[in-house]
Design a protein around this ligand. Structure first.
Ligand SMILES: C[S@@+](CC[C@H](N)C(=O)[O-])C[C@H]1O[C@@H](n2cnc3c(N)ncnc32)[C@H](O)[C@@H]1O
Length: 122
C-alpha cells in the first residue's frame, strides 16, 4: 500500500519509517492526486459543508473508488447539518451519473462527529 498523507501538520516518525507514506504539506481541500487512487480517507476538522464539497469533487471526478470521511459536528443542530451534507452529496453524484452507496454512522457515542463511507458501484 502507498499512502499520500496530505497534512500541514507533523507526521508520526515510526509511520514515516515504513516507507509507505509520502507526506505532503499541502492543503487537503485543494490537493489533486497525480493519478486515480483507490481510497480517500479524510479526518480534517473543518466545516462539514467544506469537507463534503471536497469529497464530492473527488467522487464526481472519479479520483478514487471509495471514500471514508468524518463530518465534525460542534454545532447544536447536528442532524440537520448531516442531512444537508448527505443530501448535497447524493444529489451531486446523481447529477454526475455516479452510481454510489452512501452509509453514515455515529461510531463513537462521546464524539461530536459522524463517519461517512461512499463506495462507487460498477
Ligand atoms: C483530527 S486531526 C486527524 C488525526 C488523525 N486522523 C490521527 O488519527 O492522527 C486533523 C488533521 O488535519 C490536519 N489539517 C487540518 N486542516 C487541514 C488542511 N486544510 N489540509 C491538510 N491537513 C489539514 C491537521 O494538521 C490535523 O493533523
Amino acid at each position: 500500500m502507498h499512502v499520500y498523507a496530505i497534512d500541514n501538520g507533523p507526521m508520526d516518525k515510526a509511520l514515516m519509517a515504513t516507507g509507505q507514506v509520502e507526506h505532503l504539506h499541502e492543503d487537503g481541500f485543494t490537493w489533486e492526486p497525480p493519478y486515480r487512487l483507490d481510497w480517500l480517507v479524510c479526518d480534517i476538522a473543518d466545516k462539514p459543508s467544506r469537507v463534503e464539497a471536497m469529497v464530492e469533487r473527488w467522487l464526481v471526478r472519479r479520483w478514487r473508488r471509495e471514500a471514508v470521511f468524518n463530518l465534525k459536528l460542534p454545532m447544536k443542530r447536528r442532524w440537520p447539518e448531516v442531512e444537508a451534507c448527505l443530501g448535497r452529496l447524493a444529489e451531486a453524484l446523481e447529477a454526475a451519473r455516479v452510481d454510489a452507496e452512501i452509509a453514515c454512522r455515529h461510531l463513537y457515542h462521546d464524539r461530536e462527529e459522524v463517519t461517512v463511507h461512499v463506495r462507487l458501484r460498477g
